[in-house]
Structures are given as C-alpha cells and as structure tokens.
Design a protein around this ligand. Structure first.
Ligand SMILES: [Mg+2]
Length: 396
C-alpha cells in the first residue's frame, strides 16, 4: 500500500508506566548524604538533580481503526502522571481520527496548541515525543518496512556506540569495568563528574592510563561549572586528550556556553535536554557547541531529525543521547540515526540496555562497539511478555 492510499485513522491511545527498577540506582550506589525520600526520590549531590530510586518510563500504544499498533515511549522518571495526563486529558482528543501518515503535521498542530502559553518544552514536549514515535511506528508498519527505510536512504547498518558511565563505587572498579568493555570491542567511553569521586582530572588520567592513547574518553560535566571553572578544567584535562566535554555550564546560560567554546580547545557537546529544533538553534547559530546530543525520549522522531539536520547544515557532529528506557525510544533513535551523515557515535547506556534487552524480545543488539539496526517493520521492537508484566495502565 502506498502512503497516499491509506485511509486508516487513529482509533485509540493507551498509556502505560513501565517498571524499570534495578538493584542499583542509575549512576551507581548512593554517595554519603544521598537519601531516598518517602516519595522514592533522591538528589545526587554532584549535580543537585533528582532521580527516582526505581527507574521507569512511559509507554504509549496507539491503535488504528485497521488494527495497526504503534509503540512510543518518553520519560517517566519524574512525575510520570503529569505527562500521562497531558496525553490523556488533552492530546488524545486531537490525535484520534487523524491519518497517522500526517505524523509531522500532527506534531506541529499539537505543538501549536500550547505555544502561546509558553509550553514549548518540558513535560508537554515529552508527551508529544511519545505520540510522535508511535505514529512513525505505524507509518512504517503500514508500508511493511523498517522505519529507517522510510526516513531516507540509510547511510550505515551499524551505529558506532560508546560505553556511557562506569557505575562502580571505587575508581579501581571503574577502571576494571572499562577494561572489560574494551576487551569486548568498545574503544569509546564517557564518565560522569557527579560520580567521579576524586574529580574529573583524576578520573580521566586513570582511565587514559588504563585504556590507552587510542581510546576515546569523554567527560560529562552535568551542567555543574562556571565559565572560568570550565575553562580551567578543560585546560587541566587537555594533556589527557578528552574526546569531548559534555554540558559544562547550566543549560540556560547560552552566552556562558559560547564563551566556554571560545576559550577552550576541547570539543563541547550539549543537547540531551533539548526538546525541539528551536532549542538547538539557540545554541547552534551562535556557535556555542561542537557536538549535538539529541535525546529521542524528549524529541520524538520529528524533532530529532530537525535538530540533526540543523546540526548537519552547520557541519556539527551528532552523538545521540540514550537515557533510561525500555528499548522503544532507543530503537527509534537508531532508526533516525541511520540516515544521518553527521553521526559520530551513539550513547550506549549499558547498565540499562543489558538488563532490559529482553523487554523488547532481544531485538536490539550492541556488540563490538556498534549497535545493529532493528530489522522488523516499523520500529522493529514490541513489548515482550516480560515487559508487559511490568506495564501498568495509566489514566482512562
Ligand atoms: Mg549527560
């Protein structure tokens, strides 16, 4: 069936919370003074950011009148009822009855609903992302093709991946973990400042000695520095050849970010918190970054591609972010990355990927330093029985 023949329409949208809890919290064991409160949240002292003790995500299922089922996913880490309510109370009524092939027009219409009130990011755009991914899944399934094939000519069938985070309590154990991944064919790594207990310089120096001069090692600075401390840290790290420095200064401080770019030799990467190409333009046009890191769980496919195309037009590198999820938005990120020329690498969140790979029936694979593209129609991933058993229906 060609895209223009379809008379199918969206019939219903269901929302689920997926339990992704693990023995260890994300980024590893709690440090001294980090306490889980009654609502199940704790704050990392290193970046003053809230995390749930039990990881989770929000999944939407969209069903068409002809019975085509699309899956989407977004962040459910914090206050997932907020995002679920936006979908259930507001968005569903404007998506049911629409032709799923009009996915980009649907995205833009939903965005327009709330833009004059200033809802141009945050939970509202997370809700749009989940719907967007599910609609693209349906569009590709109607054509019986893997999503990357309808998004344009794939540039590659393997997406290079870097090992993100070494969630062990001591530096010695983190170095051991890096060596284990290196023995499995991975040559790119990233550590996070909030859990680099002796500081970024000690962490990078030790990692460099452990994995060698040819490996790439990035540092995620979690928005925690000022202009001057970022410039100083970049200078200190330079002898150990960091691959890139991520999120050096607070996200709102775009002028400061630009000054850091001007004053350092390091490549600066940002973008995991962006929702739209408007967020990207604010940083890309003033040359305030070298690498963009769109996160599919926040952007959906439509905005992910708009951000990536903008980056490509400015000859910037793209290294997509990979957050805590069931595998659904990761699959979307891989499909969308396949057709981009600017892809340098893709985050590999191994502490989530391995334990939950069976949630999408082992359809995703990341081996010897690269992801494989899912091959089935649409996203090529569906919730497995194990995942269905950890899904709870939310709201009517
Ligand atoms: Mg990060």
């Amino acid at each position: 069936m060609s895209i223009t023949d379809s008379q199918d329409r969206v019939a219903e949208i269901q929302i689920y919370l997926v339990d992704l809890s693990q023995d260890q919290p994300y980024l590893g064991a709690l440090r001294e003074g980090e306490v889980v409160n009654e609502a199940g949240y704790f704050v990392r002292k290193g970046n003053r950011t809230v995390y749930p003790r039990k990881n989770r995500s929000l999944v939407v299922q969209i069903v068409t009148r002809d019975g085509v089922i699309g899956w989407g996913e977004t962040y459910g880490l914090v206050a997932p009822l907020a995002t679920a309510a936006i979908i259930s109370d507001l968005l569903t009524g404007f998506v049911v009855g629409r032709d799923p092939n009009e996915v980009e027009a649907i995205h833009d219409a939903l965005y327009d609903l709330m833009r004059v009130r200033g809802y141009t990011g945050g939970f509202y755009l997370d809700a749009l992302a989940a719907i967007d991914i599910a609609l693209w899944d349906i569009v590709a399934k109607i054509q019986n093709l893997p999503l990357h094939q309808i998004l344009g000519s794939p540039q590659r069938t393997l997406i290079p991946a870097y090992v993100s985070g070494l969630p062990k309590p001591t530096l010695a154990e983190r170095l051991e973990l890096a060596k284990e991944w290196q023995s499995l064919g991975f040559d790119a790594f990233k550590f996070a400042l909030p859990v680099a207990d002796d500081g970024a310089l000690a962490e990078l120096r030790a990692l460099r000695l452990t994995v060698g001069d040819d490996a790439r090692i990035a540092a995620d600075l979690h928005w925690s520095l000022t202009e001057d401390t970022a410039v100083q840290l970049a200078a200190d790290l330079q002898p150990f050849d960091p691959w890139f420095l991520e999120a050096p200064v607070p996200t709102e401080e775009i002028h400061t970010l630009r000054r850091v770019v001007e004053r350092t030799q390091s490549r600066i990467a940002v973008g995991e918190e962006w929702r739209t190409h408007y967020d990207a333009r604010l940083r890309i046009e003033p040359q305030a970054c070298h690498i963009v890191q769109p996160e599919m769980g926040h952007t959906g496919i439509t905005q992910f591609l708009r951000i990536a195309k903008l980056a490509e037009a400015h000859h910037l590198s793209i290294i997509p972010h990979a957050t805590i999820g069931s595998g659904i938005f990761l699959a979307a990120s891989l499909h969308a990355s396949a057709g981009l020329t600017g892809i340098e690498s893709h985050e590999f969140q191994h502490s989530i990927f391995g334990p939950f790979r069976h949630f999408t029936g082992d359809a995703l694979s990341c081996e010897a330093g690269a992801y494989s593209l899912p091959t089935g129609p649409g996203l090529g991933v569906e919730p497995s029985d194990a995942m269905l058993a950890r899904m709870t229906r939310m709201l009517p």
